[in-house]
Write a protein that binds this ligand. Structure first.
Ligand code: HEC
Length: 125
């Protein structure tokens, strides 16, 4: 009986400690992505704002071309997987936690917008 109580207290204590630690290491909260995502006003600017991606991914530069006008046809269908959105190359390759694309990564918030857009069918909207 006593052992079970000690066990319970240990579990509760470790949950408590783990809870504090988790709060402490939580990254900057993501902007929750709700409602319809627009490719033109929300997704495309991720690539072009400040030349984040288009400094390399532009005509005459590194393919694919992510500049406005070309971005949609560069991404759909080649880099999206609407069946399993989280496996889309545009989401995984430059993803915040993937090591493949070390030049520049998407922030967690940007990745969330892109994932939501693919989940909604990767429309040219
Ligand atoms: C400093 C230059 C540079 C920047 C900035 C850059 N990339 Fe890249 N990107 C590359 C290079 C080089 C490759 C080719 C890598 C390879 O094939 O292994 C590549 C490949 C890719 C690919 C794979 C394309 C394919 O079909 O194989 C994707 C997707 C991609 N980049 C997305 C992005 C996104 C999104 C951004 C902005 C967050 C970005 N890149 C910013 C240099 C860059």
């Amino acid at each position: 009986m006593k052992k079970r109580l000690i066990f319970l207290i240990t579990v509760l204590l470790s949950l408590f400690v783990a809870g504090c630690k988790y709060d402490f290491i939580l990254p900057v909260p993501e902007v929750p992505v709700t409602g319809d995502v627009s490719f033109a006003t929300q997704v495309a600017p991720i690539f072009s704002t400040g030349g984040k991606c288009t400094s390399c991914h532009k005509p005459g530069g590194q393919s694919p071309d992510f500049t406005a006008g070309a971005a949609y046809t560069s991404i759909v269908p080649a880099l999206v997987n609407t069946g399993t959105p989280a496996q889309s190359m545009i989401y995984t390759f430059p993803g915040p936690t993937t090591a493949t694309h070390t030049w520049k990564k998407l922030s967690a918030g940007e990745a969330a917008i892109i994932l939501q857009w693919i989940t909604q069918g990767a429309k040219n909207n």
